[in-house]
Every structure is written in C-alpha cells, then in structure tokens.
Design a binder for this molecule. Structure first.
Ligand SMILES: [Zn+2]
Length: 81
C-alpha cells in the first residue's frame, strides 16, 4: 500500500466556502446539522463510495435541494416526476 490521498471532508469546511455556487447562504454549517436531515437521502460518507453511488443514481434520480437547509441532499427518482 502506498500512502492514501488526504480526503477533505465537507463537514470540516466553513459554510461560507460552500455558498458560492448556489447564490445563497446556508443556514447550517453542514447538512448533518439540518433539523430535517431524516429526509435527506442517505449517502455513503466515504468520498469514493459517495461518488460511485452518485454516478449510479444520476441515471435514475435527480438531486434536489433540501427546503430546510438548502443543501443538495435529497435524491428523488426521475420516474416520480
Ligand atoms: Zn436539510
């Protein structure tokens, strides 16, 4: 095994660094602090596993913002639209 890449966890970033793309600011430092986090789609915490899962789901799901925290934390099936 060679050395592992350092994985930046988004929960460690200040909320301000995440607010640029969406034009708004987030009310919570991380989506795990959202009071409605039970409604978030459960995704793997591991960086690579998350991206793998996201790639799978992209074909069948649409990522939408949580109305409470504003994070793109909810995946809805495309068929449901
Ligand atoms: Zn939320």
């Amino acid at each position: 095994m060679t050395e592992r890449p350092v994985i930046a966890r988004s929960s460690l970033l200040p909320a301000a660094s995440l607010s640029g793309n969406d034009g708004g600011h987030f009310k919570y430092p991380s989506k795990d602090d959202c009071p409605a986090r039970d409604q978030h789609t459960q995704m793997p915490r591991d960086y690579r596993a998350w991206h793998e899962k996201a790639r799978e789901m992209r074909d069948t799901h649409r990522q939408v913002r949580c109305p409470v925290c504003g994070y793109w934390a909810i995946w809805t099936p495309k068929a449901a639209e």
